[in-house]
Design a protein around this ligand. Structure first.
Ligand code: FES
Length: 127
């Protein structure tokens, strides 16, 4: 089986899909090679990611990765969200095929981009 049950589950029933209108940080990244695009919206209160949503125009692994990545940072501190690695996303999904690893990188990068956006709007929070 190419994909784990967890990947299939998060692909068929992605968590946290959508958009946050009054987001505190928005990130968008794309992969030039495959053309997939991922957008992440963050709500941040007291240095905690209180809500997160994503929109992904991409492959199944990109959707599963964004779903899992949003689950991994929801309710966590900004610091731990910043530390999220694509490897952690892959592990939480019980693995991805080698040629799909970049999909998890996209999810991590989109979260970092959204946090950068948050910091640029709240320079007093930047360390
Ligand atoms: Fe490019 Fe999945 S094939 S993000």
């Amino acid at each position: 089986m190419l994909y784990s049950e967890k990947v299939m589950d998060h692909f068929m029933n992605p968590r946290n899909v959508g958009k946050i209108e009054d987001a505190d940080g928005v990130g968008e990244v794309g992969n030039a090679k495959c053309g997939d695009i991922m957008k992440i919206y963050l709500k941040i209160d007291d240095d905690v990611v209180t809500d997160v949503k994503f929109e992904t125009f991409g492959c199944g692994s990109a959707i599963a990765s964004s779903s899992m990545a949003t689950e991994l940072i929801k309710g966590k501190s900004i610091d731990s969200a910043l530390e999220l690695t694509n490897q952690a996303v892959v592990e939480a999904l019980d693995g991805l095929p080698q040629h799909k690893i970049h999909c998890s990188v996209l999810a991590k990068d989109a979260i970092k981009d959204a946090l950068d956006d948050y910091y640029s709007k709240h320079p007093e929070k930047a360390k």
